[in-house]
Design a protein around this ligand. Structure first.
Ligand SMILES: C[S@@+](CC[C@H](N)C(=O)[O-])C[C@H]1O[C@@H](n2cnc3c(N)ncnc32)[C@H](O)[C@@H]1O
Length: 210
């Protein structure tokens, strides 16, 4: 499996052992996250925005930004004509930054990986950028996102190679075989932060809920 080492806030969040620890680290990082990610040339939000726009018609909704962070994608989804986007994140500090962007219809402080308090088939689309990654959320977080997505709806995710090779790829193939999702698209692996040496590549994945 591919290993990854970073210093600073990034190194700490990748090494987090528990969700509460991760939330606290992101609370502390929230104010400088956007500027630091801009310096690192952070690409996940752009890739996810392109994938959403390719697979969901203008005006589709409601959408959920799962692991929305400071709301980089929410702001752009609004510009691109998706009028109702909700944010979900485990970190209060990150959600506070997202709230300041004014792009979300609702903010939910919740943890992926366990049950979510939403009805089946609530969302027309779900986007999750930079969340299925080291120290964050594994494939166990996907079941609930699939449950709350409408049949025919679309899930756009990024998945780090470390997870992909560690069971995610097999898990997606199983979900397809059980006709729970179909794979609409998978990008080539790309480095999400070209300005950060040693970043393990990730891929964008688009699933349709059957
Ligand atoms: C790398 S950031 C990505 C944020 C945003 N999607 C973006 O692309 O800028 C990862 C985000 O996932 C959130 N997160 C990590 N684990 C989570 C969990 N179990 N449930 C919900 N959010 C989680 C963190 O708080 C953080 O805001």
């Amino acid at each position: 499996m591919t290993e990854e080492k970073h210093s600073g806030a990034l190194g700490q969040v990748y090494a987090a052992k528990r969700p509460e620890e991760l939330a606290e680290l992101y609370n502390r990082w929230a104010e400088t996250y956007d500027s630091e990610m801009a310096v690192a040339g952070y690409r996940h939000p752009t890739i996810c925005l392109a994938l959403v726009a390719r697979h969901l018609p203008r005006g589709a909704g409601p959408l959920l930004d799962a692991g929305a962070g400071t709301g980089l994608i929410g702001e752009w989804l609004a510009i691109m004509g998706y009028p109702h986007v909700e944010a979900l994140d485990i970190s209060e500090g990150m959600l506070a930054q997202a709230a300041r962007k004014g792009a979300y219809a609702a903010l939910h402080r919740l943890a992926l990986g366990g049950p979510l308090p939403f009805a089946d088939a609530t969302y027309a689309g779900i986007v999750s950028a930079g969340v299925f990654t080291s120290g964050h959320v594994g494939i166990e977080g996907l079941d609930e996102l699939i449950r709350i997505c409408r049949p025919g709806g679309v899930l756009v995710l990024t998945v780090k190679n470390t997870l992909w090779e560690g069971g995610f790829a097999v898990g997606i193939t199983e979900l397809e075989a059980r006709r729970i999702v179909s794979r609409l698209e998978e990008t080539s692996p790309y480095v999400s932060m070209p300005g950060e040496a040693g970043t393990v590549p990730s891929r964008g994945l688009v699933l349709r809920k059957v």
